[in-house]
Design a protein around this ligand. Structure first.
Ligand SMILES: Cc1cc2nc3c(=O)[nH]c(=O)nc-3n(C[C@H](O)[C@H](O)[C@H](O)COP(=O)(O)O)c2cc1C
Length: 183
């Protein structure tokens, strides 16, 4: 059974993205392990680009280490990420920026171990125009491609205030089937 890691990046708890993702996760086989992490609850320092500085990235400690190991332990990563200004929320973007460091930390073999994992997104827009989610979805699709991961697509719901997505019958129906090929 694939191990799922749900990475929530809403800047509030109890929002629409998590509601829709929990509906999708509820259709998974009970034997498929699920882990949920709220990226905003982790205290990752700002990302530092050391690539050309001669200062190597050190082995992560604390919550960064926990996040790296949770990432490597998963078979299927799910970004639970509302559209913020057409793009990913900052906590999700910061998390992906850290991949650039983890690619270079000795001993983890990050890139070969990420290859072949599944990546998908559960997102929310308040706009009627779903094309506004394209930058967010394109970022994740291209990242999956760069990392030789298997892009499984995005589940898009509509909402603005907490609870709104529950009334989006199309998205709530699609949630039940979203992971059907995955577990
Ligand atoms: C900083 C910020 C930027 C947003 N940008 C957009 C946007 O570009 N397009 C859109 O349709 N909705 C946008 N929204 C609305 C959110 O996507 C919507 O309220 C969503 O329900 C928030 O997710 P949550 O309920 O999981 O917290 C934005 C909300 C915030 C707080």
């Amino acid at each position: 059974m694939p191990r799922f890691l749900f990475l929530s990046s809403s800047a509030r708890s109890g929002g629409n993205a998590e509601f829709l993702a929990r509906a999708a996760a509820g259709a998974l086989s009970p034997s498929a392990p699920q882990r949920w992490l709220a990226l905003n609850d982790l205290s990752l320092p700002r990302f530092e680009d050391r690539r050309h500085s001669g200062r190597p990235y050190e082995a992560p400690l604390g919550e960064e280490k926990e996040l790296l190991e949770a990432t490597l332990d998963a078979d299927h990563l799910v970004f639970v990420a509302p559209v913020y200004w057409y793009a990913l929320p900052a906590s999700a973007k910061l998390y992906i920026d850290y991949w650039s460091a983890w690619l270079r930390v000795p001993g983890y073999d990050f890139k070969p171990r990420m290859a072949g994992k599944a990546l998908s997104a559960v997102t929310i827009i308040s706009s009627e125009d779903e094309t506004e989610a394209e930058p967010l979805i394109g970022c994740l699709r291209l990242t999956a491609n760069y990392m030789s991961m298997d892009w499984r697509g995005a589940l898009i719901g509509r909402g603005n205030r907490p609870g709104d997505v529950e009334k989006d019958a199309r998205a709530m129906g699609a949630a039940k089937r979203f992971f059907s090929a995955a577990a």
